[in-house]
Design a binder for this molecule. Structure first.
Ligand SMILES: [Zn+2]
Length: 204
């Protein structure tokens, strides 16, 4: 499966079927879906799912297709830091909340920075494991922009670890994907780490 392929949607259930499934889970939790407070819960949950998982409707590659080449020979690292994202773990449907740092070393073309954040969202708003999320973002930028290198670092907290199972709040998971010069050139990687560790100037 390539990094941007969308799942088959032929068997997508109807909204009514999805709401019925929520009623089943409410009963499974031990409650009564017909009581007043839960009356609109199935439709709210189904709408929330549309928002949580809207990434399936986006082709991340197409977000990067418009590039700018008039960059006056700019050939240094471009880094977008602290991109907050919300995702859901594919094992428990529990939230994963974190921050992504996305860097690339352009080969002649740059992309609007908001597009990097939208690529993060396009993959985050799907059922994920953090390792794959990290690799998909890096591989897509690498494939479409063909830069000298791409680096993606993600730190996040997994609600499936904090609110269930081992119940360990305060644990963060860090993953990274380094491609091209970020993998092969330790000076470039060191420069990236220095940029990441610099205090943020964005108080505004
Ligand atoms: Zn999980």
């Amino acid at each position: 499966m390539s990094s941007d392929s969308l799942p088959e949607n032929d068997n997508r259930p109807s909204r009514t079927e999805a709401e019925q499934a929520v009623r089943t889970l409410l009963r499974w939790a031990g409650d009564d879906p017909t009581r007043e407070g839960l009356h609109d819960t199935p439709s709210r949950v189904v709408r929330a799912y549309e928002e949580f998982f809207e990434g399936y409707e986006t082709n991340p590659r197409s977000l990067l297709e418009r590039t700018f080449s008039e960059v006056e020979g700019y050939d240094e690292i471009v880094l977008l830091r602290d991109i907050r994202f919300e995702s859901h773990c594919e094992h428990h449907l529990a939230p994963i909340i974190g921050r992504a740092h996305v860097a690339y070393l352009p080969r002649s073309r740059v992309v609007g920075i908001s597009k990097l954040a939208r690529v993060v969202d396009a993959f985050a708003r799907r059922l994920q494991i953090q390792e794959r999320l990290t690799a998909q973002i890096a591989n897509t930028i690498n494939d479409v922009l063909e830069p000298h290198g791409v680096a993606v670092i993600i730190e996040s907290s997994h609600e499936c670890m904090t609110t269930r199972g081992v119940h360990r709040p305060g644990v963060s998971m860090v993953t990274s994907s380094m491609l091209g010069v970020f993998r092969t050139n330790s000076d470039t990687r060191r420069e990236l780490m220095a940029m990441l560790n610099r205090p943020s100037a964005c108080e505004y």
